[in-house]
Design a protein around this ligand. Structure first.
Ligand SMILES: NC(=O)C1=CN([C@@H]2O[C@H](COP(=O)(O)OP(=O)(O)OC[C@H]3O[C@@H](n4cnc5c(N)ncnc54)[C@H](O)[C@@H]3O)[C@@H](O)[C@H]2O)C=CC1
Ligand SMILES: O=P(O)(O)OC[C@H]1O[C@](O)(CO)[C@@H](O)[C@@H]1O
Length: 377
């Protein structure tokens, strides 16, 4: 089985590439980072280290790299050969990858009818479906119909904390021990995908929301609150009693909506939340707050990790006071190295905070959430 993975970054190498290779796939990475592609082709392997007391190391062998912009023919060939295409490039990049994918699928269809699965492994709800919609914009309706029978777009949730790597070796990657890859099985075909370490489910929604509104919401809370207090590392911020308390309160708010919406067992969910909080404190995994807080405009979107659960709280008749406090902290995020933070601060300077709340969160000024957020600024 052959896999083509777009994005040989932290999650690409440290999670998806590793798991696929362990599942017996021959893995090819497509990326725009020349150094990484060069090294992958030269060495054909890289190392992944587990960040715990064991420092266990895995060697991912038999890999190769393709420059996805400079080597289009090689890329289309790899797409034709692939049984599985995955991505971990960042949610905003999917739109730009779509024309290449459409062209690759068109060429593949002329050569083979072998089944192909496509999975976007990004931090977003139903990322694969959104990717599919972007790709379809570049295909005629006849082409879309022709692909339906053998190209399968599978939504997924991926969870493993992989910080920005500061290693001399550009391929070496240190990852936390925990991982979870949940893939939605829409039809019998997807059962043919053999990835023993992944979980195949009929309905992804509870899993993706549980992950996004616990891991990512909690992480975001710790990061934005930690940034305000001048901490550099998440684990450092988690030692601050006040931040820990607010992060737990935020998780109680999201926990409430998750357990109510999906009838989760409250005790089990408490255990899950405790596990997540302990992951943020891993002393073997230095994780910079500005990585977790990156792209504040994206994180304030109405369907992302903060505003979406806050809206759901109101629907369930509870006030998301702690989520509102974190959303207000995001609006104060002014890290110089983050273009979105700079854009947002410039907008606030020019138009004021009320307009900014509406523009970035999509919440109207009549909404109760608007006032809960405004109160904290
Ligand atoms: N790092 C983490 O802990 C986790 C990250 N994720 C998600 O995985 C995705 C990737 O995150 P990271 O690996 O942390 O980021 P990263 O920045 O380490 O990796 C992204 C890679 O995509 C490549 N890339 C960018 N544009 C491209 C293009 N047009 N064609 C091909 N390659 C391109 C970059 O060169 C880079 O190597 C994001 O959606 C993130 O939310 C999900 C779970 C955990
Ligand atoms: O990758 P994003 O969406 O910017 O968000 C960062 C978050 O994603 C993760 O990298 C993986 O879920 C977390 O460690 C972090 O909370």
């Amino acid at each position: 089985m052959k896999a083509l993975h777009f994005g040989a970054g932290n999650i690409g190498r440290g999670f998806i590439g590793l798991i696929l290779q362990q599942s017996g796939f021959e893995v090819t990475f497509a990326d725009i980072n020349e150094k990484v592609i060069e090294e992958l082709n030269y060495r054909k392997e890289y190392q992944v280290e587990i960040a715990d007391t064991t420092h266990e190391t895995f060697i991912v062998t038999g890999v190769q790299g393709i420059h996805s912009q400079k080597e289009p023919e090689k890329l289309f060939h790899a797409m034709t050969e692939a049984d599985l295409i995955t991505t971990a490039v960042g949610p905003s990049v999917l739109r730009y990858l779509a024309p290449t994918l459409a062209e690759g699928l068109r060429r593949r269809a002329k050569k083979t009818r072998r089944p192909l699965s496509i999975i976007a492994c990004e931090n977003m709800v139903r990322g694969t479906s959104k990717f599919q919609a972007f790709i379809q914009e570049h295909l005629s309706s006849e082409e879309q119909i022709a692909l339906q029978s053998n190209v399968h777009f599978l939504d997924a949730a991926v969870d493993r904390i992989v910080p920005i790597q500061e290693n001399e070796d550009p391929l070496f990657v240190v990852v936390e021990p925990y991982y979870e890859w949940v893939i939605e099985t829409k039809d019998s075909f997807s059962n043919q995908l053999s990835i023993p370490q992944a979980i195949f489910v009929d309905d992804l929604q509870p899993y993706i929301e549980r992950k996004l509104y616990t891991v990512n919401t909690g992480h975001a809370a710790a990061a934005y609150l930690g940034y305000k207090k001048g901490y550099k590392w998440v684990a450092e911020a988690m030692k601050d009693e006040e931040i820990l308390k607010t992060t737990k309160n935020v998780l109680n708010e999201t926990g409430y909506i998750l357990t109510k919406t999906y009838q989760l067992d409250e005790r089990e969910h408490q255990k899950y939340m405790n596990k997540i909080l302990s992951r943020f404190c891993n002393p073997y995994l230095p994780d910079d707050i500005v990585r977790i807080a990156r792209s504040p405009i994206r994180k304030l979107q109405p369907d992302d990790r903060l505003v979406a659960p806050a809206i759901k709280c109101l629907e369930l008749k509870i006030d998301p006071i702690h989520l509102a406090y974190v959303i207000a902290s995001v609006l104060k995020y002014d890290y110089k190295g983050d273009p979105e933070a700079q854009e947002m601060q410039a907008y606030i300077q020019e138009h004021g905070i009320e307009k900014a709340i509406q523009r970035y969160t999509g919440i109207s000024e009549n909404s109760r959430l608007f006032h809960l957020i405004r109160k904290h600024i």
